[in-house]
Ligand binder design. Structure first.
Ligand SMILES: [Zn+2]
Ligand SMILES: [Zn+2]
Length: 532
């Protein structure tokens, strides 16, 4: 009896101990969600949170409805409801065998497009079909669609992600431009062409994987995607157009697949280089320009605000349009004497560079010649201007819009006058081009409405597109035999002009359209001989 009592007491104590020790032990170290009711495509589900040990319950939550599984006809294969969104407008394609979505006039913000309409496949999302539909939250594109047309989703700022089916081969221009809410987009490996401006201004994108099916990335395709930090170009890409990644200022790494035949990122330089031409077409703040680069491309470092120093090697001959425009992190940059052309606004808005100043001009150069190239002016209302006597290059756009500029002396020694250098200098009456100049770029004197006469020295070998367009005051000009290359519409809208050419007929290097004008082709006299 006594023994039983003791045993009983011990049992009680043990149980209490066990119980309290468990209580002490359980500080809910492992908590999980338990489903009470599964969600379906028509009803929400329920789940709650509980401790896996003591099963104490905490939170209760609704589970979102599942996606309908939409068949070709727009019917859900699970619930049998019609789930294709109403308000989609379909139009027959030219082949009359398929449809495209041309417009949306419905009210839903979560859209499901069926693969078929009226028995025929829907093969594309038409031009601007959903453009600027800011309420659009999600969209399901069927895998009958092969192309997303011009501006189809541009400005859909509410769109956070999109699944592009792997039937799509072409993402046309502006397709997703300005979709600032997009944080994730998977480009399927069926896509071969990414159109111009297709993802431009998608500032929310933090990464993008370009699949190894893409052959062409058109101009400005990813421009202004400031969220991107790294870029990989696969082997399949054979065409990257100017400015494709312009203004992607937060890129820190750029890698081209070693198997790519057209482009490379040699010596881990963090840039895209055209292998054959040695042109650097896109860089970032960590770029080291390799020693064999010949040119720096359009927008290569445009608004690369993180770039604090860069060495341009003396293999470089051309610095492209806006190449370093807006590089506010740069305080200095040396231009080697190998450079022969500095294109339009290449160094504009580099607010923190300490330029070499002479008269009203901003210059860049090197220790031997600090005034190698004039890249800007400090005062664009000036009436007269003198360029430093050591200057060799006039950068593109430098005097453009100096509307009061009446006279300017170009020193002997200047070899190249960059594109649009004197564009819209409406007060400029005359200008002497020294016989050191070999190239007159595109639009150099276009819009110089007061220009009465100009002499082209016989050192000049090339004259660019529209070089004198809109020079309505010009009545005559002599083109010497030395000019072997002539662009399009060089004298467009020069109503009164007669062009005297020393050549007997149009040289092969001149554009067919060289003397085209909106008023009919300009008057041309071939075989002109100067009076000796
Ligand atoms: Zn517990
Ligand atoms: Zn359903």
């Amino acid at each position: 009896m006594r023994l039983r009592k003791i045993t009983y007491a011990l049992f009680i104590i043990a149980t209490v101990c066990l119980f309290t020790s468990c209580k002490k032990e359980c500080k809910h170290q492992s908590i999980e969600w338990v489903i009470d009711k599964q969600a379906t495509c028509t009803e929400e589900g329920i789940e709650h949170e509980e401790c896996t040990k003591c099963h104490e319950k905490f939170d209760i939550k609704e589970i979102k409805k599942l996606k309908h599984i939409c068949n070709d006809e727009g019917i859900c294969t699970i619930c049998g409801n019609k789930v294709a969104t109403s308000g989609l407008i379909y139009k027959l394609n030219e082949d009359k065998k398929s449809y495209y979505v041309s417009e949306y006039i419905g009210i839903d913000i979560d859209i499901i497009i069926p693969a078929k309409y009226d028995g025929l496949y829907v093969t594309s999302i038409g031009d601007s079909a959903f453009s600027n539909f800011i309420g659009l939250t999600s969209i399901e594109i069927p895998n009958s669609v092969t192309s997303i047309k011009y501006g189809a989703f541009s400005g859909c700022i509410g769109l956070t992600s999109i699944e592009i089916p792997n039937s799509v081969t072409t993402i046309e221009s502006f397709a997703f431009s300005g979709c600032i809410g997009l944080t994730r987009v998977e480009i399927p490996d069926s896509v071969t062409i990414i159109g111009a401006f297709a993802f431009s201004g998608c500032t929310g994108l933090t990464s993008i994987e370009i699949p190894n099916s893409v052959t062409s990335i058109r101009y400005f395709a990813f421009s202004g995607c400031t969220g991107l930090t790294s870029l990989e170009i696969p082997a399949s890409v054979i065409n990257i157009e100017d400015s494709a990644f312009s203004g992607c200022q937060n890129l820190t790494s750029i890698i081209v697949d070693k198997k790519n035949q057209k482009y490379d990122s040699r010596n881990d330089c963090n840039a895209i280089i055209d292998t054959q031409t040695n042109a650097l077409i896109m860089g970032c703040k960590n770029t080291i320009i390799p020693e064999d680069i010949k040119s720096i491309g359009v927008d290569a470092f445009y608004r690369c605000t993180g770039l604090t120093s860069i060495k341009i090697p003396d293999s470089v001959k051309t610095i492209g349009t806006r190449a370093f425009n807006g590089c506010t992190g740069l305080t200095s940059i040396e231009i080697p004497s190998s450079v022969t052309i500095v294109d339009y606004c290449a160094f504009d808005d580099c607010d923190n560079i300490s330029y070499n100043i002479y008269d009203n001009g901003k210059y860049l150069g090197n220790t031997e010649n600090p005034y190698l190239v004039i890249v800007g002016v400090t005062n664009n209302t000036t009436e007269s201007f003198s360029i430093n006597p050591n200057t060799k290059l006039i950068g593109g756009g430098v005097f453009s819009k100096c509307r009061n500029l009446k006279s300017i002396e170009i020193p002997d020694g200047v070899t190249s006058i960059g594109v649009s250098a004197f564009n819209w200098c409406g007060s400029l009456k005359s200008i002497k081009i020294p016989d050191s100049v070999t190239s007159i770029g595109d639009s150099v004197f276009s819009g110089c409405t007061s220009l009465k006469s100009i002499e082209i020295p016989n050192s000049v070998t090339s004259i660019g597109d529209s070089a004198f367009s809109g020079c309505i005051g010009l009545t005559s000009i002599i083109i010497p035999n030395s000019v072997t290359s002539m662009g399009d519409e060089v004298f467009n809208m020069c109503k009164a002009i007669t062009v005297y050419c020393e050549a007997l007929e149009r040289p092969s290097g001149w554009s067919e359209w060289w003397n085209y004008s909106n008023y009919g082709n300009c008057n041309v006299i071939w075989g002109y001989k100067k009076n000796k």
